[in-house]
Design a protein around this ligand. Sequence first.
Ligand SMILES: C[S@@+](CC[C@H](N)C(=O)[O-])C[C@H]1O[C@@H](n2cnc3c(N)ncnc32)[C@H](O)[C@@H]1O
Length: 332
Amino acid sequence: MEFPLRQGMLVAHTAAMTSPRFVQVYREDSAGLRHELAQGLLGRPATVSPKFLYDALGSRLFDAITELPEYYPTRTERAIFEAHAPAIGALAGRGRTLIDLGAGNCEKAARLFDVLAPLRYVAVDISVDYLRQALASLQRQHPAIEMIGVGADFSASLTLPPEAGRGERLLFYPGSSIGNFTPQDALQFLRQARALGGAGGALLIGIDLIKPKPVLELAYDDPLRVTAAFNLNLLRRLNALLGCDARIEDFEHVALFNEAESRIEMHLQARRALTLRWPGGERPLAAGERIHTENSYKYSVAGFEQLLRDAGFARTAHWTDERGWFAVFLAS
Ligand SMILES: C[S@@+](CC[C@H](N)C(=O)[O-])C[C@H]1O[C@@H](n2cnc3c(N)ncnc32)[C@H](O)[C@@H]1O
């Protein structure tokens, strides 16, 4: 009697470790999303949240951007992690639940598995299909780590389903994704991250630093036009989610550094006067009028340290590259 039971348990255990659990909170077919998109388009100026840049194609285009010579953030952040892995590992602690916010292809977290030895890996992303694929492949490479995928939109509120488990948490938010929030919303997000980490929790976060304007603008407007494709993909998303009639050829990608606000802005600029139409609404655009699609705020080390303190993090450490282009902070 005992043998078949043991065998069954073994099979169940192995199955859990070869395919991650997935919890889908975010659904693309909601009336709430359509309302959010329509309200943004009707604004002055018209805006669309950068979270809509990411569907399966958008995520692949972002991955391609990270390969471009002009896009320094990914490789600079990677070099910082590689150079300071022992120190980061010693401060961040081993055996925690690693929560990857906006995990994308999960590659950055996976590179830290050796040094962090996470007990559990929770990958959260709005690009649900892409995350499912990336996580399934990662689980096959690391069958000993429990993995949970969470398809969620954390822009309004940062919460996790119970499946994410408890225990000591290390929140991971790389790639300077926090730059998509205004500093005020970033403060709010950091406060929520601190609460989500709980007692003994920590946050490992990557921040793009202020640097000369030409370097910044080239990173967001590469000659191969991959970033342009990434931005223009948003029009396909508007058509799919809202039933809009946008034509890609009617728009061009614009990226500029707004020094007063310390942010890169991405826009879609109308090449001619046109009207966007969708069920229940329309938005005329003059020739040259723009839809604002992304902000990417750039910080100084001192400025971001202050933001962490304002959010209630008592202890912080940070590491930068030789040029001072990017910083990784550990806050607890
Ligand atoms: C700039 S990419 C960074 C990807 C990866 N973490 C990296 O550092 O290379 C931002 C990631 O966050 C995800 N994302 C953007 N907005 C989100 C939101 N509101 N909720 C959840 N995920 C979001 C995107 O799908 C994308 O994978």
